[in-house]
Design a protein around this ligand. Structure first.
Ligand code: NDP
Length: 483
């Protein structure tokens, strides 16, 4: 069985305790590689290596840092097929989706921040005739970067690229559920000539690696993407140490469909927003509110299209497979428990709701679940207020604009929303009143890397993307010179 190693100080090394965890292929339920079960000793070594690398890396000219990041981007593209296959095996997503979405976006993350730092300027403020102020933005030191399993390389590099582009060094922890592309990235970085210690990757469990990294006194900057409960733990540790923290957390996103929408496009895109990546994208629309005059027609059309989705072996090259496996047995059980809860709460399962027949002999032990549509639930029941993070959506009718805004805002989350209408004024009005870090109008998941990305309420603290990320990973200092 293949063994992944930690990457510390420019070398692939065994974990200090010598222990490993099994990584399971979700499509088969069979272990296929081993990942370090690291602990605080490994974190200590990684932080020390990152700290040692910081003076030299932070004073490396921006164009040299950019050149390295561009080289990494190119090597990711050169290895597209291998990385996509690794992501699919690790996560259960269809390989053609990893090939079209996850891996190209990882390369783009490096390209985007490599070029962004070449165009940076900072402010100057003249204080009448008295003085001139100018702002310096310096890297902050060692950044701790913690990412989840749903878009493994995509989200891992979304943190690494801005952190190191701006001159910080990093200790990164991928989810131990999906460690393979993080490991392959370390090989790419090494081959690209990244100086030792600039990026260190420590594999292992949240409690044994994430927690000591969060608490480490030499890690003043923390960027986390994952569940809200974990984000809360990180905030608790970081607050008394006055660390700079960015938290990207869970979502329970509304899809708001008005009767005047472009019906065909809306149904098609709402299905995509519900079930992409088996519903395991923080931006998926899991609560669909439909204006009453078109409610029945919408449910019928939505269920008809959902029934057409094909569950299959994620490694099949055909684009016809659009539903792979859920990431783990635990995730499958969580999804099943919410479908059972929906029944208890009075919901009607109008599509899916079961584990499907095995898609092939190879996949008979895999963690597959049918795309599931539920109606008849109240907007404020548990199924409609707690994050499920799987291929399960609810559809509910509404009567007017004010009511649907109340429904949409009736959760602790506020990550993303989409609004479907031909009435432009209404689109703006509703967009302004929905409590959500991103609102899409007549579209879903169009991502421009320059825009602020993040959540309100319990979905997030701070923003990623573009200028926001460059500012997060740097410390502003004002220099005031008397004239
Ligand atoms: P988790 O919060 O369970 O884990 C995220 C990462 O944190 C993992 O690497 C995990 O390690 C680590 N971790 C766990 N406990 C601790 C701890 N005490 N201290 C530090 N790190 C810790 O999330 P999931 O991996 O289950 O990912 C799914 C969640 O991520 C969903 O809630 C989803 O909404 C959210 N998400 C949010 C996004 C956003 O942009 N807002 C984007 C994508 C996902 P380990 O794997 O070992 O548990």
């Amino acid at each position: 069985m293949q063994r992944i190693l930690n990457y510390i100080g420019g070398a692939h090394v065994e974990p200090a305790g010598g222990a490993y965890l099994e990584t399971i292929e979700p499509a088969t339920g069979v272990a296929y590689c081993e990942v370090p079960d690291s602990d605080e000793r490994d974190v200590e070594l990684a932080v020390a290596a990152a700290k040692q690398a910081f003076p030299s890396w932070s004073s490396t000219p921006a164009f040299e840092r950019a050149a390295l990041l561009l080289e990494i981007a190119e090597m990711i593209e050169d290895n597209l097929d291998d990385l996509a296959r690794a992501e699919s095996i690790d996560n259960g997503k269809p390989v053609h989706i990893a090939r079209a979405v996850d891996i190209p976006r990882a390369a783009l993350n490096f390209r985007f921040f490599a070029t962004a730092i070449l165009h940076e300027s900072s402010e100057s403020h003249a204080s009448d005739d008295q003085a001139i102020n100018y702002t310096l933005r310096k890297p902050r030191g060692v950044a701790g970067l913690i990412s989840p399993w749903n878009l493994p390389l995509y989200l891992f590099t979304w943190k690494i690229a801005p952190a190191i582009a701006t001159g910080n060094t990093a200790v990164a922890k991928p989810s131990e559920v999906t460690p393979m592309t993080a490991h392959l990235l370390t090989e790419i970085c090494h081959a690209a000539g990244m100086p030792n210690g600039v990026l260190n990757v420590v594999h292992g469990l949240g409690a044994k690696v994430g927690a000591p990294l969060t608490a480490h006194r030499d890690v003043p900057t923390l960027s986390f993407t994952g569940g809200t409960a974990t984000g809360r733990e990180i905030a608790k540790t970081a607050a008394p140490m006055f660390k700079k923290v960015s938290l990207e957390m869970g979502g329970k996103n509304p899809t708001v469909v008005f009767a005047d929408c472009d019906f065909e496009t809306t149904v098609r895109e709402a299905v995509r927003a519900s079930f992409s990546n088996q519903g395991q994208i923080c931006l998926c629309g899991s609560r669909i509110f439909v204006e009453r005059p078109i409610y029945e027609k919408f449910v019928d059309a939505f269920v008809a299209q959902t029934s057409q989705l094909t569950i299959g072996d994620p490694l099949e090259q055909t684009e016809q497979v659009n539903q792979g496996a859920l990431v783990s047995k635990a995730q499958l059980e969580k999804v099943q428990s919410y479908v059972a809860l929906a029944r208890e709460e009075g919901g009607e399962i109008v599509c899916g709701g079961e584990v499907p027949e095995p898609v092939s002999e190879r996949c008979k032990g895999g963690y597959f679940f049918q795309p599931t549509v539920i109606t008849g639930l109240s907007y404020d029941c548990r199924v409609n207020t707690e994050e499920i993070f799987g291929p399960v959506v609810t559809i509910m009718p509404f009567d007017d604009e004010a009511q649907v805004i109340d429904y949409a805002n009736a959760t602790d989350y506020g990550l993303a929303a989409s609004i479907w209408t031909r009435d432009t004024s209404r689109a703006h009005r509703v967009a302004h009143r929905i409590q959500s870090g991103t609102v899409w109008v007549n579209c879903w998941m169009i991502r421009d890397l320059r825009v602020p990305f993040g959540g309100m309420k319990q979905s997030g603290l701070g923003r990623e993307g573009g200028e926001e990320a460059l500012r997060f990973f740097t410390e502003p200092k004002n220099v005031c010179v008397r004239l």
